[in-house]
Ligand binder design. Structure first.
Ligand code: NAD
Length: 448
């Protein structure tokens, strides 16, 4: 029952959530543009140099009870999440650059800001990575682990996690690494036993991201996936997640073009406006753009970006409006723009009696500026999930769909892409675990 239906009564019982005391260790796989913008950004906010714009866990509020109650605390005061001051960062990368050097290369944040943060940022040095160029064709680096097989590499990552755990109270792992080639689940991904045998046999179906994920989940540590790679979207890793009470979520941060798409498309559908075509193109000049210039990495991204419209429009329910929709996505690597991506969308819609109209969207965005606050929210909320009895052993944290282009769901469930449904789901999950009534927006009681 909703709070509006019950006139403000609280029925749910708060989960016994363990408090967020002590240090939260954040281990980031891939210390590139997004990761360094996250780490430098958190430090800038801690020092009062800038505001955490875009972060729900920093700036967002949540309404509790009836609209007339005027109770809307900050989310960070409502759910027990780690304080920024309690967050400690480390990570892995195939390059030896420390976080200051990597942030300077990425050219997302301006030099003045980086210089102020330099003494802190240069203390964070990447651990050697698990890497194989077969899975990311455009990169090669020297800061790479050696091992006799994939099982051995996984053991080395587990040792990294255990060593870091000794210095903090809790750990979360987040993938901010490059997009790997397109992989589909195979027999090796079906059970924990098959996966472990695959590690031993160096099965080609197991990508480096899955070696990190396996290591984290084996240590009972939550794992979030910011890229479109298969990674934890496989039965064996979900089974391990449930078994070890280590939550997982993914895939692919929803930042620029797909963020706009999942706002606009639900609006067209709500008004029953038809869509004939949606052409999306991007230019992007950072290292991510370079990696996506490889057709096999692009394929992974393309799959992730394509899914949303089909699920939102439900052409099987609305054949007259969406059956013939032509949806095309292009990403072009264009070095002069660096991290400042430009995206164009041409949308051919039609209205009453089939009369055509056009919409053009031109989003000049900053990729990592949009992604960093999502990564911050995700690590804090995954840590919350780990401390929440009702969430820790369910595997996929679908309530975090809000953050992803291609949200992971339980087997047989279609993903929810509409940004505002995702936002409601996220906030209702918070109300639920805190023992507050859900909000359905029915609101008839105001007219009794
Ligand atoms: N708005 C966004 O920026 C956005 C949105 C959605 C998804 N993503 C995804 O997030 C990821 C990071 O984006 P970015 O712009 O920071 O890219 P980036 O190229 O700047 O950083 C990625 C880093 O990962 C490292 N890396 C690659 N494979 C690794 C491995 N196996 N182990 C450890 N390190 C590894 C690379 O060396 C690089 O430093 C990409 O997959 C990207 O597609 C970004």
């Amino acid at each position: 029952m909703s709070i509006e239906q019950q006139g403000g009564q609280e029925t749910a019982v708060a989960s016994k959530i363990a408090p967020a005391t002590g240090k939260l260790g954040v281990m980031v796989v891939g210390l590139g543009a997004v990761a360094t913008t996250l780490i430098a950004g958190v430090e800038a906010v801690r020092r009062g140099l800038a505001k955490p714009v875009g972060s729900l866990t920093e700036m967002g509020t949540i309404r509790l009870g009836k609209r007339t109650d005027n109770t809307s605390p900050l989310i960070k005061d409502f759910v027990p999440i780690a304080k920024l001051d309690d967050m400690v960062f480390t990570g892995w990368d195939i390059y030896e650059d420390n976080v200051y050097e990597s942030a300077a290369n990425a050219k997302v944040l301006d030099k003045d800001m980086l210089l102020q943060l330099k003494p802190y940022l240069e203390t964070i040095k990447p651990l050697p990575a698990v890497f194989d160029q077969y899975y990311v064709k455009r990169l090669s680096g020297t800061n790479v682990k050696k091992g006799k097989n994939k099982r051995d590499l996984a053991e080395q990552v587990r040792a990294d996690i255990r060593a870091f755990k000794k210095t903090v109270d809790r750990v979360v792992v987040i993938w901010c690494g490059s997009t790997e080639i397109f992989l589909k689940p195979t027999a090796v991904h079906q059970t924990i036993e098959a996966f472990e045998k695959g590690l031993e046999d160096n099965d080609i179906g197991i990508a480096p991201s899955q070696i990190y994920a396996y290591a984290a989940l084996s240590e009972g540590v939550p794992f979030a996936n910011g890229a479109p790679n298969l990674t934890v979207d496989a039965p064996a890793l979900i089974e391990l997640s449930k078994k070890n009470a280590a939550p997982v979520c993914g895939k692919d941060f929803k930042t620029g073009q797909t963020f706009m798409k999942t706002i606009l498309a639900p609006a067209f559908k709500a008004r029953l406006l038809g869509v004939r075509g949606w052409f999306s193109t991007n230019i992007l000049g950072n290292r991510d753009g370079e990696v996506l210039d490889d057709p096999q990495s692009f394929k992974t991204k393309e799959e992730s970006k394509l899914g949303s419209l089909d699920y939102i429009f439900q052409p099987e329910l609305y054949p007259d409006l969406y059956k013939d929709l032509y949806h095309k996505i292009r990403i072009n690597y264009y070095p002069p723009r660096g991290d400042d991506k430009e995206a164009w969308d041409n949308i051919d819609i039609f209205g009453w009696l089939g009369y055509p109209m056009e919409i053009k969207v031109n989003f000049l965005c900053r990729d990592s500026i949009l992604a960093a606050p999502l990564a911050l929210d995700l690590v804090r909320l995954m840590d919350l999930a780990k401390r929440t009895p009702e969430l820790q052993s369910i595997g996929i944290q679908e309530w975090l769909s809000f953050y992803f282009k291609s949200p992971q769901t339980a087997e047989g469930l279609y993903p929810e892409h509409d940004l505002f449904i995702q936002s409601m789901k996220l906030k209702n999950t918070m109300r639920h675990i805190m023992g507050q009534g859900l909000i359905t927006h029915l609101g008839l009681e105001y007219y009794d």
